[in-house]
Design a protein around this ligand. Structure first.
Ligand code: VGL
Ligand code: ZN
Length: 202
């Protein structure tokens, strides 16, 4: 068992990010057994769920003429346009059926406002609007986090960077993550995490 001040944060292990899903990550489902095993080591287990309304501004289909995976400027900065995914209440937004959810005490939903995306489990993409996860972890006395899940180069890396900025000790366990890797985004995310002091371990 890990010490009580450590938490496991499982990012977005949802059907739409797994093979057959709307924004499938290669081998996204391969990490499920390892994540289930890890949950047994931690007192504090948190799951996150990407949870978008159908009119979400990160969906290419909501920008006539725009292509999926293109970049647009939003008031809060650049935003990748994605295929519609993780629409709240849909089968794609549900957790992968193999993921154990009983060991988790908290499920954080994010990206639920139409006008702003939220990659990170801590802040929306303006890097300022909180999800509430920081307060929960601090109230439980958590100081160290292990991050796993999907996708390494977006929601996992953004969460790791924000958590480090907030002063948590952060380990990103890459073997229990899978990446989208849009033209080098994995290498870029890894470099940023290493520079910020994230413990990026294979
Ligand atoms: C994610 C793109 C869009 C992720 C979520 O979970 O990494 N990526 N929404
Ligand atoms: Zn999303």
């Amino acid at each position: 068992m890990r010490p009580a001040h450590e938490a496991l944060i499982v990012i977005d292990v949802q059907n739409d990010f797994c093979p057959g899903g709307a924004l499938a990550v290669t081998d996204g489902d391969a990490i499920v057994p390892q994540i289930n095993a890890l949950m047994a080591e931690f007192d504090c287990v948190v799951l996150t769920q990407d949870w978008h309304p159908a009119d979400h501004s990160s969906f290419a289909a909501n920008h006539p003429g725009a292509e999926a995976f293109s970049l647009i400027q939003m008031p809060y900065g650049p935003q990748v346009l994605w295929p519609a995914h993780c629409v709240h209440g849909s089968a794609g937004a549900a957790f992968h059926p193999g993921l154990q959810t009983n060991p988790a005490q908290l499920i954080v939903r994010k990206g639920f406002r139409s006008g702003i995306d939220s990659y990170s489990a801590f802040f929306e993409n303006d890097r300022a609007t909180p999800t509430g996860l920081e307060g929960y972890l601090r109230a439980r006395g958590i100081t160290s986090l292990t991050l796993v899940g999907l996708a390494t180069d977006f929601c996992v890396a953004y969460s790791a960077l924000d958590a480090t900025r907030l002063g948590f000790n952060v380990t990103l366990l890459e073997e229990a993550c899978r990446a989208i890797d849009l033209n080098g985004t994995l290498a870029e995310a890894k470099a940023k995490c290493l520079a910020a002091g994230v413990g990026w371990i294979g």
